[in-house]
Write a protein that binds this ligand. Structure first.
Ligand SMILES: Cc1cc2nc3c(=O)[nH]c(=O)nc-3n(C[C@H](O)[C@H](O)[C@H](O)COP(=O)(O)OP(=O)(O)OC[C@H]3O[C@@H](n4cnc5c(N)ncnc54)[C@H](O)[C@@H]3O)c2cc1C
Length: 338
């Protein structure tokens, strides 16, 4: 069946979502609420971290996506916990104004013997695992077959009856269908800290190039520390990292740190390291390229895709067609970086 995008708003659709990470789950909640018949397929081959950072302190239009994501978390009662943040490094005045427009209270302060920007109302942990666990899934691997200009979703040899199929398998997307994304590895370490305030605040250090976030947010002497570096690699490839180089930089700012545990996973990047969504075939849609900030912008991109499918609205800044003609590319730095 070839669907006319203008008619979709008036019909109840059989929606098949491939992947139930942040992208797939957000779309499940949206389509379900609008009354559509939604199937989500996910073999659960990705480790899900209990909580991730959500920040409004992003760059340019990503701040808007991040606000859409926050609205989504509120609408669907996904728990978040707010903490102040301290950002070190030169920040453009325009960006500070933009963050203030989104309700973030900002002042200059000295913390850790360093001058920086103390922000209230911009940063939180979002309990992403609970959101993902709330989605009923068919626990299988899905595949997509192209037939002319339409797609068919399959589990093993079985066709899944669908009006539309949404490819939302993160770093696995490019293994399932041809999309302009690549997979990379990134990691973070749980550390014992000298200073208990690190479990109650975020630190974004653009001078020494690391971030620190609360672990449990209870004010105990722990923090999760990482950086924005990326290691291009296929999902599920074995990657060994040594956190000491990042810890050495972080110790210069935060004092003593002892690594308890280091853990990583795969992310998906696009040629401009910004997320993308759009239509690949008549009935096949794509969402991805969430890089290291899927909890920050992911549900916002899902909202754009939902509006695209149901209302025909298009946001040119994030549409996947912007990569038409791109043959190959290298994964860049994660976009949280200023
Ligand atoms: C160490 C680390 C720390 C991070 N910290 C943060 C943070 O604090 N804040 C933040 O915003 N982001 C953070 N991220 C990034 C964030 O995790 C990603 O942006 C996000 O998970 C991407 O969401 P996604 O739904 O696109 O893909 P994924 O979360 O990767 O989900 C893809 C899903 O597809 C499924 N799948 C795979 N193959 C198939 C198949 N054949 N059929 C069906 N399903 C399939 C997988 O099982 C998986 O569940 C971090 C990432 C890492 C690695």
């Amino acid at each position: 069946m070839i669907l006319n995008i203008n008619n979709l708003a008036f019909s109840l659709l059989k929606v098949t979502i491939i992947g139930s990470g942040i992208a797939g789950s957000s779309l499940y909640y949206m389509f379900k609420k609008a009354g559509h018949n939604v199937k989500v397929i996910d073999p659960r081959i990705r480790r899900i971290f209990p909580s991730l950072i959500h920040s409004l302190l992003l760059v340019d239009k990503d701040v808007y996506l991040s606000k859409l994501a926050l609205d989504f978390y509120k609408e669907f009662n996904i728990e978040t916990k707010e903490f102040p943040s301290f950002t070190i490094g030169k920040i453009d005045e325009k960006l500070i104004k933009l963050w203030e427009e989104y309700g973030v209270k900002i002042e200059e302060k000295i913390i850790f013997n360093s001058k920086g920007i103390y922000a209230v109302g911009g940063d939180r942990l979002v309990y992403i695992k609970r959101m993902i666990d709330g989605v009923p899934i068919i626990k299988e691997k899905a595949s997509v077959i192209k037939k002319g200009n339409t797609a068919i979703a399959k589990i093993n040899d079985k066709y899944i009856e669908s009006d539309i199929i949404i490819l939302a398998a993160g770093p696995w997307n490019s293994q399932i269908f041809s999309v302009p994304t690549k997979s990379y590895y990134c990691w973070a370490s749980l550390t014992l800290t000298q200073d208990s305030k690190l479990d109650r605040m975020f630190v974004y250090d653009y001078e020494l190039n690391f971030y620190s976030r609360p672990f449990l947010g209870l004010g105990i002497r722990t923090a999760i520390i990482g950086d924005g570096e990326t290691i291009e690699a296929k999902p599920c490839q074995r990657i060994k990292v040594d956190p000491e180089e990042v810890m050495t930089r972080a110790r210069k700012r935060l004092g003593k740190l002892r690594v308890i545990y280091t853990s990583g996973e795969f992310c998906e990047g696009t040629p401009d390291m910004r997320p993308a969504y759009g239509r690949l075939l008549d009935n096949l849609y794509f969402i991805g390229g969430f890089d290291g900030y899927g909890a920050e912008v992911g549900p916002g991109v899902a909202r754009l895709l939902f509006n695209f499918i149901t209302k025909g609205e298009e946001d040119k800044d994030y549409i996947v067609d912007r990569f038409n003609g791109v043959k190959d590319f290298k994964i860049g730095k994660e976009p949280h970086e200023l």
